[in-house]
Design a protein around this ligand. Structure first.
Ligand SMILES: [Zn+2]
Length: 509
């Protein structure tokens, strides 16, 4: 047992006595009968039959409390700290229930028949499933979330969607709509990336036509004609390297898949109807290292565009994007000496650009000066510039001054080799190793179009790391190591080559 805990044990009976005394004290008569009411979560909601509406009220203990039309709340036992008068209730929405975006009214009747009413701040609406609510995505950066979670990186993202994708909205909590993707599958979408459609539409579904796989001078393509733009999800997997795309609401009427000439990266392709309304495409890739892909619609045809490896797997002639984190009024982390992340990332990125250009690479920068560019704009810019690779440069920070070291991050497992190669080289600077981090929900790890990695060079919150970060000679060393990391990644990719037996062009030199 923890010695500190043991030391505290003799105090426990005393504390218990104290809390019991508190528990028995009754609030003074002047206290309002109802102190607070809220929905749980405390946000405006749209619910449909089968959903739970949860509420909480704090008020005079020992009362009778109801909401909606007489639905009772239950008083909880006193907490360990002796708090009483907390009531909770759940109502499962039933077919036929109606509630038009209203606040909820609560009634409290005390044991001596005093009465009080109160309303929630949040508004509740019950949806009518007989009038499906539809929405379409808008803008170039619409995306789905898995759930309602939030942290400094936002909610965990399920993936980006093209614009005008039709979604079936089945609920809302705060600033996100819940959408039904397929039987038993749902996701959440921020209000600002969709537009609600007028009533009277049908739940989005489509049969898939027969589809084709083809290649032009730049890319390989998969094209699946649908009746409307349905939502989708993709995963780039390894061992073997393959792209798995699920189309929600789609049912197969695919009676053939034409594989045209000119394919250089797509190998065997097939589909599975994994449930009645989820159509899964499995697209095998010819090379062990994927160089990315994009998914979007051309009219109502879903188009998967698959990138091929660069002509030569070496820095000379390669297009590398370098992203200096933060900038302008976005300072990022600030060290004890006052040094700002935005200045450090730019200094390292500019040195990295020089190194890469010396090796014959073409370098694209998301910023070259001290300007503010938000991450959404950076992603859009990179999509347009279409680099072969992306390295994002940041500086780490921790609440604990003793935490230090370098780390690299990737989101998709297929891009992990890049972040590992960068990590190995960054360790050669003498910085401690903080680790290689996967599934990282960071905007600049989001693009699927090209391999990308984030380098959190070192911790500006640690005095030893901070000194190094601010030292131009050490910045130069980091730039050289990142360059070598990129070269190592290319070398490793060259060694792997194409998957042996598959048809395709000969191995790179
Ligand atoms: Zn940062």
């Amino acid at each position: 047992m923890n010695p500190v805990f043991r030391l505290l044990l003799p105090l426990v009976p005393l504390l218990t006595l104290f809390s019991r005394a508190t528990a028995q004290s009754v609030p003074p008569r002047s206290a309002p009968l109802i102190e607070s009411v809220e929905t749980v979560p405390a946000a405006s909601q749209w619910l449909q039959p089968g959903d739970r509406l949860q509420v909480r009220l704090k008020g005079r203990p020992g009362s009778r409390v109801t909401f909606l039309n007489g639905q009772p709340l239950t008083e909880l036992p006193a907490t360990a700290k002796g708090v009483r008068g907390v009531y909770q209730g759940t109502y499962v929405v039933r077919p036929g229930d109606t509630l038009q975006d209203r606040t909820l009214q609560f009634q409290l009747v005390t044991s001596d028949s005093s009465r009080a009413t109160a309303h929630t701040l949040s508004r509740i609406r019950f949806l009518n499933p007989n009038e499906p609510q539809l929405a379409v995505t808008r803008g170039a950066l619409a995306y789905l979330n898995y759930g309602l979670g939030e942290d400094r990186l936002g909610g965990a993202k399920l993936g980006y969607l093209d614009s005008l994708v039709v979604l079936h909205v089945t609920g809302k909590v705060g600033d996100q709509y819940r959408v039904r993707l397929a039987e038993g599958q749902q996701a959440w979408v921020p209000l600002e990336v969709v537009r609600l459609l007028p009533r009277g539409g049908f739940v989005p579904t489509s049969l898939t036509s027969s589809w084709s796989v083809s290649g032009d001078s730049l890319y390989d393509y998969v094209q699946v004609p649908l009746d409307m733009r349905l939502p989708y999800r993709s995963q780039l997997l390894t061992e073997p390297t393959r792209l798995v795309v699920d189309i929600f609401g789609a049912t197969s009427n695919t009676n053939w898949i034409t594989q045209r000439d000119g394919l250089r990266e797509l190998g065997d392709v097939h589909y599975e109807q994994i449930q009645p309304d989820v159509f899964r495409m499995v697209l095998n890739l010819k090379h062990e290292q994927s160089w990315g892909y994009s998914i979007g619609y051309r009219r109502n045809t879903l188009v998967v565009r698959v990138k091929r490896p660069p002509a030569r797997l070496r820095l000379k002639g390669l297009t590398v994007a370098v992203d200096a984190g933060h900038g302008g009024d976005n300072h990022g982390a600030v060290g004890a000496s006052g040094v700002k992340e935005k200045d450090l990332t730019l200094a390292i990125a500019l040195k990295l650009r020089r190194e890469l250009e010396e090796q014959g690479a073409r370098v694209l920068m998301t910023r070259e000066t001290d300007v503010s560019v938000d991450n959404g704009r950076r992603v859009l810019l990179l999509r347009k510039l279409n680099p072969d690779l992306l390295v994002s440069i940041h500086v780490n920070s921790s609440g604990s001054a003793s935490v230090q070291g370098t780390s690299t991050y990737y989101r998709y497992v297929a891009f992990r080799p890049l972040s590992v190669a960068l990590y190995e080289q960054m360790r050669q600077t003498g910085l401690k190793g903080f680790g290689n981090v996967g599934s990282f929900n960071f905007g600049l790890n989001g693009p699927t179009e090209f391999p990308n990695a984030l380098v959190e060079t070192a911790f500006v919150s640690n005095s030893e790391d901070e000194k190094r970060l601010a030292d131009p000679a050490f910045q130069q060393q980091m730039a050289e190591r990142i360059t070598r990391g990129l070269a190592d990644f290319l070398k490793g990719t060259r060694a792997k080559g194409p998957k042996g037996w598959l048809l395709g062009r000969p191995a790179e030199q």
